[in-house]
Design a protein around this ligand. Structure first.
Ligand SMILES: [Zn+2]
Length: 624
């Protein structure tokens, strides 16, 4: 992760809670603590002493009850349908019954959007939102959180996964008794789908998101990974593609404020998602996390909005986690009310900055496309648990066994980043009309496009790409050029070189100018070397296919002609035969050597990226 170090420094002042936690009861029913569940407004989880999370119908029934009790402050709106046909809903909580986003923005009231259950086994945020909603509008103990801000939440984003309930959904997690499934109805991970937008849920989300354009976004999860004392962990991105002023506010204000609030309300927060550099040896330290736009919070960077990944710790009991998530959201609402003017101004400035991206076309201003760890480490006061390591006869590797004895230690934390790939920016991209799926994804993101009104040919910048390899096993139903969850696998992608080519674009080709609020979405989708580009996800795979081949008896003659004309080529061929036994033993490869060096092969245009980068719009046929 690339969280600000300002937030980390505060850790030194926090106090370990020394709370006791239980291991996950993998084969038993979850422990039920004693609790008072007679309150008529207890949420379904509270009523069951946090032994369960309600299913879709029971969740919606509770929300409907609250809405009926406070119709002037709560509205439930359907924003789409899942693949299996369930309604996708948002709950809007506004103190004065104004539920229209345009009216709310005009009144300079900040909007917080909280997404729950994208991984539907991770329902902590959903049950926290039910309790927070009740406390805002029924008991009114938290009504002050609506003074200025409007609270909008998605109770169950992956609603189909939510209803695939089982006690065996999440092996690492301590309760509730039954929980939903990580994938949607097609077993796609919606938290890898933000940019490519394959799933109907993503398409619905994008339309809803742009209608609301919230000022702060939260995605609630439960961790995997190591054991440690923290029950609440969170990351608010502050990477280089977020405007500098927003990143500074995240580091100086948002992250330390939330950490302090959570710690002051009976929980222990880590201002970063904890990733060990070596799962078998926690003492080696904490790793770098990058957040490309396949993730919700990575996508928020392109929207110019602060986005928080909330991760409650899987090994804490459900009550600890739900109440921890509640405090994190309550602290966020308190801060957003207080920081409303600043936050609204930062977001307006971010939009202006994005709109100016097309203003310096093809200049030396570089846009960072892919990041990796910068090679530095910073000391991090880690509140872990003591552990033992021994050689395991089962795995043959070291076996880490955690105790519940606090281990407060300074560990190296991978900090900083380096730019692994970057590019200059054009004024606009031109996508040939026939690449309908590529254009359709940009349309789903509401990126503004204009269609050309006549065929056009001209010199444009584009890329020639070679050396691509594709992953053999599927990842999110595709075979991308990167290696699944490994995000810094730049070597696998091959190499794309910027070239100038004369190219032809049919009438109806899509012109994407970068002088728009969503310019970063266009850049990340259309620059081949961006980590979640259409190219990397396989939308352009067919450009790497050779479609015409030479017959052996034709190539026999061609090769002789070419060698007679070009002694250097002849010697190159002979050297390859002498030095490369695999080549020498492959008659097809030996003839193909000549075809690949002939104009007939060039006509295949293998690896020529079909999208044009335009320095200006001069001569492009557009409607007046
Ligand atoms: Zn998750």
């Amino acid at each position: 992760m690339r969280n600000g170090l300002a937030g980390l420094a505060l850790l030194a002042g926090t106090v370990a809670m020394g709370q006791t936690v239980t291991s996950p009861h993998l084969m038993d029913a979850p422990t039920v603590a004693s609790c008072n569940s007679t309150d008529e407004w207890a949420t379904p989880a509270e009523k069951a002493c946090y032994a369960i999370t309600p299913d879709y119908a029971a969740t919606m029934a509770y929300l409907d009850r609250v809405q009926k009790a406070a119709p002037g402050q709560v509205k439930i709106e359907t924003f789409g349908r899942t693949g299996e046909g369930r309604d996708l809903d948002i709950v809007i909580v506004s103190k004065d019954g104004v539920f229209d986003p345009a009216e709310i923005h005009a009144a300079k009231r900040p909007v917080v959007l909280v997404q729950n259950s994208i991984h539907a086994g991770e329902t902590d945020g959903k049950d926290a939102c039910l309790a927070l909603l009740r406390d805002m509008v029924v008991t009114k103990s938290k009504s002050a959180l609506l003074d200025r801000a409007v609270f909008v939440f998605i109770p169950m984003y992956n609603a189909d996964g939510h209803e695939r309930r089982s006690r065996y959904s999440r092996i690492n997690q301590d309760g509730p008794a039954e929980m939903g499934w990580r994938g949607n109805g097609m077993n796609l991970n919606l938290n890898r789908d933000y940019l490519k937008a394959d799933a109907p849920e993503t398409r619905s989300f994008l339309a809803m998101f742009h209608r609301w354009l919230p000022d702060f976004f939260v995605d609630d999860h439960v961790t995997d990974g190591a054991d440690y004392q923290y029950d609440v962990t969170f990351t608010i991105d502050d990477g280089p593609n977020l405007p500098a002023a927003t990143a500074k506010w995240v580091d100086d204000v948002a992250t330390p404020t939330l950490e302090k609030y959570v710690d002051g309300h009976g929980h222990l927060a880590a201002p970063t998602y904890i990733t060990l550099t070596n799962d078998n040896d926690p003492s080696q330290g904490l790793g770098f996390n990058d957040n490309p736009p396949r993730f919700s919070t990575g996508y928020m960077i392109l929207e110019g909005r602060p986005g928080m990944l909330a991760e409650l710790h899987m090994l804490k009991d459900y009550k600890t986690r739900v109440t921890g998530n509640y405090e994190l959201l309550a602290g966020l609402m308190e801060m957003v009310n207080r920081e409303a003017d600043k936050l609204i101004a930062l977001n307006a400035a971010a939009d202006k900055e994005a709109e100016a991206m097309g203003a310096h076309p093809l200049s030396n201003v570089k846009y960072p496309l892919a990041l990796s760890w910068g090679g530095q480490t910073t000391p991090f006061l880690f509140r872990g648990y003591k552990y033992t390591r021994e050689l395991s006869a089962v795995s043959g590797a070291m076996w880490v066994r955690y105790t519940h004895e606090p281990w407060n230690v300074s560990l190296p934390f991978q900090s900083g980043y380096k730019v692994a790939a970057e590019t200059t920016l054009p004024a606009a991209y031109l996508i040939p009309a026939q690449w309908t799926q590529v254009i359709d994804v940009l349309a789903a993101h509401q990126v503004e496009m204009t269609r050309t009104t006549a065929p056009w040919s001209g010199d444009v910048e584009t890329y020639r790409c070679a050396g691509m390899t594709w992953q053999e096993t599927p990842f999110e139903g595709r075979h991308p050029t990167f290696n699944g969850e490994a995000m810094h696998d730049a070597g696998r992608f091959g190499n794309c070189v910027l070239v100038r080519e004369r190219m032809s674009f049919p009438s109806g080709s899509a012109l994407v100018r970068l002088n728009q609020r969503l310019s970063k979405v266009a850049v990340e989708w259309l620059e081949p070397q961006a980590p979640d580009s259409a190219m990397q996800w396989g939308f352009f795979d067919s450009i790497f296919e050779q479609k015409e081949y030479g017959e052996a008896y034709v190539l026999e003659e061609l090769s002789r002609e070419m060698m007679a004309k070009d002694p250097q080529l002849k010697s190159e061929f002979e050297k390859k035969v002498a030095s490369d036994p695999v080549f020498a033993g492959n008659p097809y490869a030996r003839l193909e050597f000549f075809y690949e060096r002939s104009p007939w092969y060039a006509a295949n245009r293998v690896g020529l990226y079909p999208v044009g980068r335009l320095g200006s719009l001069e001569g492009i046929p557009l409607a007046k």
